[in-house]
Design a protein around this ligand. Structure first.
Ligand SMILES: C[S@@+](CC[C@H](N)C(=O)[O-])C[C@H]1O[C@@H](n2cnc3c(N)ncnc32)[C@H](O)[C@@H]1O
Length: 247
């Protein structure tokens, strides 16, 4: 079982998302747990103040260390388990990090807000993680992104593990196109090969489509992708074809 501990000023955002769909089912089946801890509940002052003005001046409010430390120290977690601080300055969150986090029993995530954390709160974290090169109002969407991306990889959360086997980023490639019924919709036809019943040919077609799509949309991924000699030959042909179309 994987336990997520989320320190957030807005627990309702986390709880609402996690109550439905695949993550909701993973929680109700006991494969994952998601607990929230609101620093406001750990304030010792009458006004339950979680933020204050920045030293040295400047706009906005900074999150105070005392309630975040108190919320963190209330968590029952494995002592060496990862503590993720959400930050636009962090390491980019990628699928390989999601996979490695499935090996943990506890993952703690700190969600910032306003102008962000007092720097001393960062000392609680074992890593700082960014979900992309943009600035959000708070760490709740990044925390949910991490819960969702990691939670769905926990065995049993997604019914058939086969559905993880061909998806985007497995082998470092984007997934190719997918179709369902009907075979013909508004003059757009499902490729004949997918209806052929020949699984060897279908698998070959899917691999080529994944290579083609990655080549067109994310060629940067190919340098790190897990490619066979056959894949490399297909890509070389694709590249030649591309060049001759440009000339
Ligand atoms: C408005 S941001 C603070 C930005 C901070 N002042 C800076 O310039 O780096 C408030 C909080 O949202 C979260 N956040 C915003 N953008 C994020 C991103 N791209 N990835 C992860 N967390 C993010 C962090 O928790 C951050 O503390």
């Amino acid at each position: 079982m994987l336990n997520f501990h989320i320190i957030t000023l807005f627990p309702e955002l986390i709880n609402t998302y996690c109550s439905v769909s695949i993550i909701g089912r993973g929680i109700s089946h006991g494969e994952i747990t998601v607990k929230t801890y609101n620093p406001r509940d750990f304030c010792s002052d009458k006004y339950r103040k979680v933020d204050d003005t920045p030293y040295g001046g400047g706009a906005g409010m900074v999150l105070k260390p005392e309630p975040f430390f108190a919320a963190f120290e209330s968590i029952q977690r494995a002592s060496q388990s990862p503590v993720i601080l959400t930050s636009p300055q962090g390491k980019p969150f990628k699928q390989d990090l999601a996979w490695s986090l499935t090996e943990e029993t506890d993952i703690t995530i700190l969600c910032g807000h306003y102008e962000g954390f007092d720097e001393r709160i960062c000392s609680l974290a074992t890593m700082e993680v960014s979900t992309g090169d943009y600035v959000l109002t708070g760490g709740e969407l990044p925390a949910l992104t991490i819960i969702d991306a990691v939670g769905r990889l926990v065995p049993g959360v997604i019914g058939k593990s086969i559905s993880l086997a061909h998806e985007t980023f497995v082998d470092g490639l984007l997934e190719g196109p997918q179709y369902t019924k009907p075979p013909l919709f508004r003059e757009m036809e499902v490729p004949e090969i997918l209806r052929s019943g020949d699984h060897q040919k279908i698998n070959q077609w899917r691999r080529e489509q994944a290579l083609k799509r990655t080549f067109a949309l994310r060629p940067d991924l190919l340098a790190e992708a897990n490619l066979s000699d056959k894949d490399r030959k297909y890509l070389a042909d694709l590249s030649r074809q591309n060049k001759s179309n440009q000339d």
